[in-house]
Design a protein around this ligand. Structure first.
Ligand SMILES: CC(C)(COP(=O)(O)OP(=O)(O)OC[C@H]1O[C@@H](n2cnc3c(N)ncnc32)[C@H](O)[C@@H]1OP(=O)(O)O)[C@@H](O)C(=O)NCCC(=O)NCCS
Length: 162
């Protein structure tokens, strides 16, 4: 089980009250990926999005916590059903800078895929993964590379055999 500075990390689905922490981590991701895309109203927009989405329970979003503090997030949004199989788009995978390298990302992804299975997803995909640490992490939990979108690697995984 992952620990951060000696404290155990727990995993659960998000709640509307996580909106501020979720928005902070999404903006952190953007800052690292492309700071030119970060703007003043971004935090508030993502906070409103997270509050709305967490209450309507369509997104599969898992948060990692130390005590009450959210230190990492990962989300899956529904895509169009293809050949009767529900596909999901993995997004917003982000571990707080101070909690990285401690196994949180790996356990978070395991918890997120488990939640996706419970929610009926048959396939999970992700486009344009540019961070080599993330590519390695996704490979280690069963994702396979399936192309390139011009920015980064596209990856996918069947949760239910095709
Ligand atoms: C990618 C990310 C989610 C990984 O989270 P994490 O909690 O640090 O991951 P873990 O500690 O579980 O480590 C996963 C693997 O990466 C390795 N790793 C972690 N940090 C590393 C680093 N800085 N350099 C090289 N390898 C690293 C670990 O050793 C581990 O490998 P192993 O399974 O062979 O031991 C995190 O770095 C992050 O949030 N990055 C910024 C946002 C991002 O890029 N998200 C992905 C969008 S597609």
């Amino acid at each position: 089980m992952a620990t951060v500075r000696g404290n155990p990390v727990s995993f659960r689905r998000w709640k509307p009250t996580d909106a501020e922490a979720v928005a902070r981590l999404i903006v952190l991701c953007w800052q690292e990926y492309d700071p030119s895309k970060v703007h003043g109203g971004m935090l508030n927009s993502y906070q409103a999005w997270a509050k709305f989405e967490a209450s309507r329970e369509v997104e599969t979003m898992v948060v990692a916590c130390v005590g009450e503090s959210v230190i990492a997030i990962a989300g899956i949004s529904p895509l169009k059903i293809r050949r009767g199989r529900q596909r999901g788009n993995l997004h917003s995978v982000c571990v707080d800078i101070h909690a990285r390298g401690a196994g949180v990302g790996t356990e978070l992804m395991a918890a997120t895929l488990q939640a996706a299975r419970e929610d009926g997803y048959a396939e999970i995909e992700m486009e344009g993964v540019t961070n080599p640490v993330a590519v390695q992490l996704y490979r280690s939990i069963g994702f396979q590379e399936c192309g390139h979108d011009g920015h980064g690697v596209n990856m996918r995984q069947d949760l239910i055999a095709a």
